[in-house]
Design a protein around this ligand. Structure first.
Ligand code: 0X9
Ligand code: ZN
Length: 498
C-alpha cells in the first residue's frame, strides 16, 4: 500500500473529513422521482419478444434480466413513459404489477437511520440497522484488526480505479492460517446491491466478536471482502443509487464503468455480456481490465489451493446459483455443489431461496466471479442473490439487514463443516476444471501481477462519528438483455442519499 493511501486512511480514522482521491465528483444527484418499477412475467415467447422490443425502443433499464418465459422481469419506467407504456401493455394484453410506485420515495426511505450513531462511546460507526458508507465499513475492519490482532488481519490487496484501498479481512484462530482450508466471501461486486456488504460485514462481526461462534474458526480460515467495488459503492450513495458497475473511464465519453461480474477471466465475453460501454453488462476491454477484479483474482489465485469455497453475495431474488453461469452447463461435481447448497438453504427460515444452475435458473452470463473461482479449482463456488424477491429490490429497507443476516448466518456453519470434511488438508492441490464445450475466447485466469498484497498494520486511532458439462443443455436460455438506458433519470441537485 502506498504511503499516500495509508495516510488517507489514518486521517479518516482520526476524524478529519477526507475524501479518497477520486476523479472529479459529479455534482448532480440522479433523481428517480416518480419512476416506477414494473414487474412483468412474459408467459409466451411472443410476449418476451414484445418486451424486448419495448425495452429497446424506449431505452428502458431492466433491473433484473430474465429468461425467455415465466420468470419476472423488473423494468424501470420513467414518469414520462408511464401512460404510453400502460396503453401498449393493455393493447398487447400483458399485465404488469407496479412493485415500486415511486422509486425515489423508496430510496429516501431505505436508509432512514443513516446518520444515527450506534452509541456515542462505541469505538466504531458500524451498525446493522442502517447501510453504511465505505469509511464506516473500513473503519470497523480496522478496529477489529487492532482489537483482535491474534484473530484478525487486515489485508490490502490492491487499489480501486479511483484509488480506494481494497480490503480483505482474514479471520483465523491459528498461528499458521495457511494450513487450514479457507472460505472466501465477498460482497459489493455490484454497487447498488447494498444488502451484500451489510451482510458480509455482519458475518465478520459474528465470527470475530461473538465468543459462541468461535467454533466456526476451529477448522476453517475465513477471508471476507465486504466491498469488492468500493468506487461504485460510494457512487451509489452520493450520486446514483442504481449504479451497478465500476467507475473506470471507457471509450465512451458519456458512459463509465465495467460490470465487474462480466470481467472475470473465464469464458470472458461470452453470452450475456456486452461490448457497449454504456451497457449495464459491459464486459470491459479485456478480462480483468478492472483493478478491482484483477486484485481480487490475484489474491484468490495465490490461495487457490487453500480456498475450498467461494461465496459471492449479490441481490436480489433469493437464489443460490451454482456454476456454470456462462451457459447451461454443469461441472462434473455439480451434484456436490447442489447438495451443499440445498443443505444450506434448508437452514433459512424467513427467506426461502431457489437453488439451481445459474444459467438455467436465471440466465447465461459469462465472466462471472463464481465461474472463474470454479475454473481455478475451488470446489464449491456460489452466487447467492440475497433478499428480497422484488418488493423492494435494491431499495430493501435497512430494517431488513439484521433479519436477512441472521437468517443467513447459520449457513456458515454448514459451509465450514463441509469444507472441513471434504478438504481438511489445505495443501492438496486443486485441479482446474475445463468445460467440455469449447469456447472462444480462452480463459485468461492465470496472469501476472506486480501488485503484492500487504498485511496492513492497523491504526489504533479511534474512528469518529464522521464519516464441464455433465448434463448437456437441451435448449439455450434466451435472455432479456439489460438495455442501455437512453431514458436517463433527471439529475437535480439534491442532498446526497444516505
Ligand atoms: O448477473 C449477474 O451478474 C448476477 N445477478 S445480479 O442481479 N446480482 O446482477 C448473477 C450472476 C450469476 N453468475 C454467473 N452468471 N456467472
Ligand atoms: Zn449482483
Amino acid at each position: 500500500m502506498s504511503l499516500g493511501l495509508l495516510f488517507g486512511f489514518f486521517v479518516t480514522l482520526t476524524g478529519f473529513v477526507v475524501t479518497f482521491p477520486a476523479s472529479p465528483a459529479e455534482k448532480n444527484v440522479v433523481s428517480y422521482s416518480k419512476f416506477q418499477v414494473w414487474r412483468i412475467t412474459p408467459s409466451t415467447i411472443e410476449e418476451n419478444q414484445f418486451l424486448m422490443k419495448i425495452s429497446k425502443t424506449y431505452g428502458l433499464t431492466v433491473l433484473n434480466e430474465a429468461k425467455l418465459v415465466n420468470t419476472p422481469v423488473d423494468l424501470l419506467i420513467p414518469p414520462e413513459l408511464k401512460k404510453k407504456l400502460e396503453n401498449k401493455m393493455t393493447r398487447a394484453n400483458i399485465t404488469h404489477v407496479v412493485t415500486i410506485g415511486d422509486l425515489q420515495r423508496a430510496i429516501n426511505n431505505q436508509n432512514l437511520n443513516a446518520n444515527i450513531r450506534n452509541s456515542k462511546t462505541a469505538p466504531y460507526n458500524m451498525t446493522w440497522t442502517s447501510y453504511h458508507r465505505l469509511s464506516d465499513i473500513y473503519g470497523y475492519m480496522n478496529y477489529l484488526a487492532v482489537t483482535y490482532p491474534s484473530v484478525v488481519s487486515l489485508i490490502n490487496i490492491g487499489i480501486s480505479y479511483e484509488k480506494r484501498p481494497l480490503y480483505v479481512l482474514r479471520i483465523s484462530n491459528s498461528s499458521s492460517p495457511g494450513t487450514k482450508p479457507a472460505i472466501w466471501i465477498d460482497g459489493g461486486i455490484h454497487a447498488r446491491e447494498w444488502i451484500a456488504p451489510a451482510v458480509a460485514s455482519y458475518f465478520i462481526q459474528q465470527l470475530v466478536e461473538v465468543p459462541a461462534n468461535a467454533k466456526l474458526l476451529t477448522n476453517v480460515v475465513w477471508y471476507i471482502m465486504p466491498v469488492m467495488n468500493p468506487d461504485g459503492y460510494e457512487y451509489s450513495f452520493v450520486t446514483d443509487r442504481l449504479w451497478r458497475k465500476t467507475r473506470s473511464l471507457t471509450s465512451s465519453s458519456s458512459c463509465r464503468g465495467v460490470d465487474p461480474n462480466r470481467n472475470f477471466g473465464y469464458k470472458w465475453g461470452g453470452l450475456g455480456t456486452s461490448t457497449d460501454p454504456c451497457s449495464e453488462i459491459y464486459k470491459g476491454t479485456k478480462a480483468f481490465s478492472e483493478p478491482e477484479t484483477n486484485a481480487t483474482s490475484n489474491f484468490i489465485l495465490g490461495k487457490a489451493n487453500q480456498i475450498k469455497l467461494y461465496l459471492t453475495l449479490h441481490s436480489y431474488g433469493q437464489y443460490a446459483l451454482i456454476p456454470w453461469g456462462y451457459d447451461v452447463a454443469y461441472p462434473p461435481d455439480y451434484n456436490d455443489m447442489l447438495a451443499l447448497a440445498n443443505k444450506t438453504v434448508s437452514k433459512f427460515v424467513k427467506y426461502k431461496f431457489s437453488v439451481g444452475n445459474s444459467a438455467d435458473l436465471l440466465y447465461a452470463a459469462a465472466g462471472g466471479s463464481d465461474d472463474w473461482a470454479k475454473s481455478v479449482g475451488i470446489k464449491y463456488s456460489y452466487t447467492f442473490e440475497l433478499a428480497d424477491t422484488g418488493t423492494y429490490g435494491f431499495t430493501l429497507p435497512a430494517s431488513q439487514i439484521l433479519p436477512v443476516s441472521q437468517d443467513f448466518f447459520p449457513a456458515l456453519d454448514v459451509f465450514a463443516t463441509q469444507v472441513a470434511v471434504c478438504c481438511g488438508d489445505a495443501t492438496t492441490t486443486t485441479s482446474k476444471l475445463t468445460s467440455t464445450k469449447p469456447t472462444t475466447p480462452k480463459s485468461t485466469s492465470i496472469k501476472s501481477t506486480t501488485y503484492k498484497p500487504t498485511s496492513v498494520k492497523p491504526t489504533t486511532a479511534k474512528p469518529t462519528a464522521t464519516p464441464t458439462t455433465s448434463k448437456p443443455s437441451s435448449s439455450k436460455p434466451t435472455t432479456l438483455k439489460l438495455s442501455t438506458s437512453t431514458n436517463k433519470p433527471t439529475t437535480t441537485p439534491r442532498k446526497p442519499i444516505g
